[in-house]
Design a protein around this ligand. Sequence first.
Ligand code: NAD
Length: 471
Amino acid sequence: MVSYRMLINGQLVDSPQTLDVLNPATEAVLATVPDCSMDQLDAAVAAARRAQPAWAAQGIEARRLLLREMIRRIEPRVAQLSELLTQEQGKPLTMAAGELKSMLRFMKGLSEQTLPESVNEDSAVRRSVTRRIPLGVVAALSPWNFPALLSWWKVVPALLTGNTVVLKPSPMTPLTVLSIAEWMVDLFPPGVLNVIVGGDALGPRLTSHPGIDKVSFTGSTETGRRVMAAGASTLKRLTLELGGNDAAIVLPDVDLAKAVPQLFWSAFANSGQVCVATKRLYVHRDIYQAFAQAFVAYAATIKVGPGLDASTQLGPVQNKPQYLRVRALIEHSRQAGHPILFEGDIPEGPGYFVPVTVFDNPPDDSRVVAEEAFGPVLPLLSFDTVDEAIRRANASSYGLAGSVWTRNLNEAIDIAQRLETGNVYINESFYLSPNAPFAGHKQSGFGVEMGEDGLLSFTQPQTLMIRQDLF
Ligand code: NAD
């Protein structure tokens, strides 16, 4: 079995305690990883603090060169990483390769960003200039659904802007991240990049640590609230990318043959474990029956199985607690008598497999509509008027993303602009870019990732005011 170590102060280190990482397709132990002790956490934060002034003083172009080298070291190893990512996360191999390709695309895009400098006043009396300087030490925490992508798209802008980093991936999916960290052991000055992994006690300690200046967190809204509370005592800067319950609104003029497969994947890709997945699908009553029929016919063609099987299109849910939660959500609706339009097959034997499950018009206040399922379950909901669809889509404490499906561009833009979400898609979903700000509204988050706003969120402004007439 390959051994995995943490990266602390430029050294690869073990820990007296270990954690098991399971393969969700087999429930067998895939690897053991160190369980970071509190002393090791303190050492990682202290190393990051020591390294930060010199790292900031290097200047952005010198840091950019090292980030480019980081990308160069990962690129030839993507095939080897895909298999590991499938084994730890569960997603099919093609999807794992897709995540890693996206990871590289984001790392490249984000590492080429530049920091603005603004001149606020330039008169005979005074010159006032604002530049952006680093915050200090950034703690980056990522979830288990896209462990590679969501970890490294935080690290690159944090380092580029002159911060040092302590990265903590989810203990459910740390292997891809630890592998990449190992390849970087001699790249950055010691302490600039630290990667630790540990059990339930580690996140709260890291996010309340007095040596951390900013927390960039992706995970559930519930944990996000804890992270916010943990940062209060030292006024940590926060970026919280949290849960979502994205609505798709489908108007009667769509081309069903094209829209149905796209909407299927927008809901079920990665077995529904995508923050910006479609989690409520509102379809106009005029086409509801035809849409539902086509959707079910398409769902019946999908093969669920272990991600390493070449024919698998959807893998298992990533971990047991999530598996039990999604199963409970489905059972709750079944017990309540909500009609099930479709329930797919799953392989026999071990593994956290959940059948693709589609509900037919459950009530808006049912758990399967109101909660973020984060699994392969979707309610299909009919509506009569656009105003009604928008009202129901917005009746959520979440505000991550949403989508509108129609051939009428003006109507699509009108609806899109009335949705209370950070991203609104027209005739697509999922797409994110290193250049476009991604910012959850309402309880989907706080702060921004990507785009110039995302980069600036790893910095603070410093304004220099020079009285010119006294020189
Ligand atoms: P989670 O909140 O359980 O865990 C996320 C990370 O926080 C993990 O590294 C975990 O170990 C750590 N953590 C757990 N408890 C902590 C605590 N008290 N203090 C500090 N850290 C703690 O989330 P998850 O179950 O891994 O991921 C699923 C959730 O993430 C879903 O709600 C999904 O919508 C959300 N998500 C959001 C985005 C986004 O960009 N908005 C992207 C992906 C996933």
